[in-house]
Structure formats: structure tokens, C-alpha cells
Design a protein around this ligand. Sequence first.
Ligand code: SF4
Ligand code: SF4
Length: 105
Amino acid sequence: MAYVIAEPCGGCKDRSCVTACPLDCIHEGWVAGEDGKVYEQLFIDPGECIHCGLCEPECPVEAIFPEDEVPPEWRHFVRLNAAFYGATSAADGSESPVSSHVPSR
Ligand code: SF4
Ligand code: SF4
């Protein structure tokens, strides 16, 4: 199970989460959601995240949650984080495609 970055992340310049992460699984970019909104923020790669939790307390706006603790109003961010990396997520019961910028690794 991965951690997920939700709506409060935006305009953050210090990238504290990236610094805290022992792996290279947090990247910046954008995802176009099914709601027509473009989400520009940082995203966690669900295929790389080891659920260590080190990033969560470092975020100044409390945007990072364990996948199963994402607040209801932000559940779609589970899918958005996965979509950013070209993955689908069955975690929220949907595999609907969204377009995204997939970072080169
Ligand atoms: S939980 Fe750990 S591995 Fe996953 S994004 Fe946060 S710091 Fe990185
Ligand atoms: S998740 Fe938090 S610490 Fe990381 S870039 Fe976004 S606002 Fe900043």
C-alpha cells in the first residue's frame, strides 16, 4: 500500500517530502482528472513507495496520507497519483483512464 498526495499540495516550493523520501518515488507534474480539472502538484509512485511514512510528517500542509486514510473528499487522489505513473488503481473501485504527464525515469 502506498502513500498518496492530495489536494493541499500546490505551490509548495521546499519539496520537503522529496527530501525525506529514501527512494525516488515522488515527482512533480500534472494529471487531468475526469472532472476536467488539471491537478498540478507532486505525486507518489504507488509501484515504488514502500510505505515507510517518512514523508508524511514533513509536509507543511498535511497533504500526504496513507492510501487507506485519504479523507473522503480526496479519495480520487488515490487514482490521480497512480495515473500520473501510468498505473491504474483498483483501490477506489475505478480503473477509468485519466490523461497524465508520465515522468521519465
Ligand atoms: S511513504 Fe516512504 S517511500 Fe513512500 S513516498 Fe513517503 S517517504 Fe517515499
Ligand atoms: S506533498 Fe507537501 S511537502 Fe511535498 S511538495 Fe506537496 S506540499 Fe510540499
